[in-house]
Design a protein around this ligand. Structure first.
Ligand SMILES: NC(=O)c1ccc[n+]([C@@H]2O[C@H](COP(=O)([O-])OP(=O)(O)OC[C@H]3O[C@@H](n4cnc5c(N)ncnc54)[C@H](O)[C@@H]3O)[C@@H](O)[C@H]2O)c1
Length: 326
C-alpha cells in the first residue's frame, strides 16, 4: 500500500492561513508546553559567519504529530527574504511525513501570533497605538496579529528603507499607518521591534510608563534592539528561558551583567496558563522577549495541514516509498 505526502507551497498557505486561527493555535501551544503535553528539544544553530547568516533546525511534538523546521536568517539577503523556511509535518505513530510545507509564511504568522498573545496578556487593555521598529516581513504580521487583538487608532512605523515603509503602508490601507522617527515609534502603547540589529536602537528615555514591547528581532546570540536599561526597568516575560538567555533580547544584557536570570519574571506559557500575571499595574513597562519556538511552528503546521486536507489544497506525492526498505 502506498501513502502520499502533501506538498504545500507559499501560495497554498497564503490562501488557507488566517491570523485569528493562528493566534488561537499558538496560544494553545504555549499552554500545552506549560502543561508538558508538548515537547521541544533546544533549537540547533548552524552559524555561517562567512556567508553573513545562519541556519536553525527546530523540532517539536504536540500530541500525535511532530514537526521540524529548517530556517535561515540572512539579513541583507540578495533579492531573497531574510528568513525562509521549510517544515516537515510527521505522524508520531509511524514516523510517516504527512506534509512538507513552506515555512516562510508560517514563520511570519506564528511570530505575529506570539506577539498578539503576549500583548493580550501584557499590554494595557486601553492600548490604542502600535509602533513598529522595522517594517520588513515580520513587521507585516506583527501589525496583522496585534491589530486583530487591539482596536488601534494609529500605527507609527520606522525603517531605514523607505521602500519597506511604503510597502507596509500599501499592504494595510485599513489601518492608519504613519511614517515616524524611532522616537515616536517608541512612544506608542505597544511596540514591536523586528530589525536584525546587533546594538540597541530603542533608547530608554523614549519609552513611556505603561508601554508593552514585543522584542522580536533578537533571536540569536549577540543580537539586541533595546537599550539594556529598558530591560532592567521592565517586567520581562520570555518565550523560553534557555533559548531567550542564549539568543533573545536578554542575551547580551545577561552576558554583560546588566541583569541576572532572576530578572526574568515568567515564560509566556506560565502567563497564558494563569500561573503568573502578565502585568501588575498600568504604569509598568513590560517586555516580551520573543525568540520563536518550534511549538509555534508545530501548532501552525497542524492547523495548515487540517485546513489543506479539508479544502483539497496542495499536491500529493509518493515521496517515501514503502518498498524502499524491501
Ligand atoms: N522572534 C522570532 O520568532 C523571529 C521570527 C522570524 C524572524 N526573526 C528575526 O526578526 C528580524 C527581522 O526579520 P524579517 O524577516 O522581518 O527581516 P526583513 O529583512 O524582512 O526586515 C527587517 C527590516 O529591518 C530594517 N532595519 C534594519 N536595520 C534597521 C534599523 N537600524 N532601524 C530600522 N530598521 C532597520 C530593514 O531595512 C528591514 O526592512 C531578524 O533578526 C530575524 O532573525 C525573529
Amino acid at each position: 500500500m502506498t501513502q502520499e505526502t502533501l506538498i504545500l507551497s507559499y501560495h497554498d498557505l497564503e490562501d488557507l492561513i488566517e491570523i485569528s486561527m493562528v493566534i488561537e493555535a499558538v496560544e494553545r501551544a504555549f499552554r500545552a508546553y506549560e502543561d508538558k503535553t508538548a515537547k521541544m528539544p533546544p533549537k540547533v544553530y548552524l552559524d555561517l559567519p562567512e556567508f553573513s547568516g545562519d541556519f536553525r533546525a527546530m523540532p517539536a511534538q504536540i500530541g500525535e504529530h511532530a514537526t521540524i523546521k529548517w530556517v535561515n536568517s540572512h539579513p541583507k539577503n540578495l533579492n531573497l527574504p531574510t528568513v525562509m523556511a521549510v517544515v516537515i509535518y510527521s505522524d508520531c505513530r509511524t514516523g510517516f511525513p504527512l506534509a512538507i510545507m513552506d515555512g516562510t509564511l508560517l514563520t511570519m504568522y506564528r511570530t505575529g501570533a506570539a506577539s498578539a498573545v503576549a500583548s493580550k496578556y501584557m499590554a494595557r487593555k486601553d492600548s490604542k497605538t502600535l509602533g513598529l521598529a522595522g517594517c520588513g516581513a515580520q513587521a507585516r504580521t506583527q501589525l496583522l496579529a496585534i491589530s486583530h487583538v487591539f482596536d488601534l487608532d494609529a500605527v507609527n512605523v520606522f525603517d531605514l528603507s523607505e521602500d519597506e515603509v511604503r510597502k507596509i503602508m500599501e499592504a494595510h490601507p485599513e489601518v492608519n499607518v504613519i511614517p515616524a522617527p524611532l522616537e515616536k515609534v517608541s512612544a506608542c502603547d505597544i511596540i514591536a521591534t523586528t530589525t536584525p540589529v546587533r546594538s540597541p536602537i530603542i533608547k530608554r528615555e523614549w519609552i513611556r510608563e505603561g508601554t508593552h514591547i514585543n522584542a522580536v528581532g533578537a533571536d540569536a546570540p549577540g543580537k539586541e534592539e533595546l537599550d539594556p536599561a529598558i530591560i532592567q526597568d521592565a517586567r520581562v516575560v520570555v518565550d523560553e528561558i534557555e533559548q531567550a538567555s542564549n539568543g533573545g533580547e536578554i542575551n547580551v544584557p545577561l552576558k554583560k551583567g546588566f541583569i541576572t536570570r532572576d530578572h526574568i519574571w515568567a515564560t509566556l506559557g506560565e502567563v497564558v496558563a494563569g500561573k503568573k500575571s502578565g502585568r501588575e499595574n498600568e504604569r509598568e513597562i513590560t517586555v516580551f522577549d520573543s525568540t520563536g519556538l518550534a511549538i509555534q511552528d508545530a501548532a501552525t503546521a497542524e492547523l495548515i495541514y487540517n485546513l489543506a486536507t479539508k479544502e483539497g489544497r496542495g499536491t500529493w506525492m509518493e515521496l517515501v516509498h514503502p518498498a524502499a526498505v524491501a
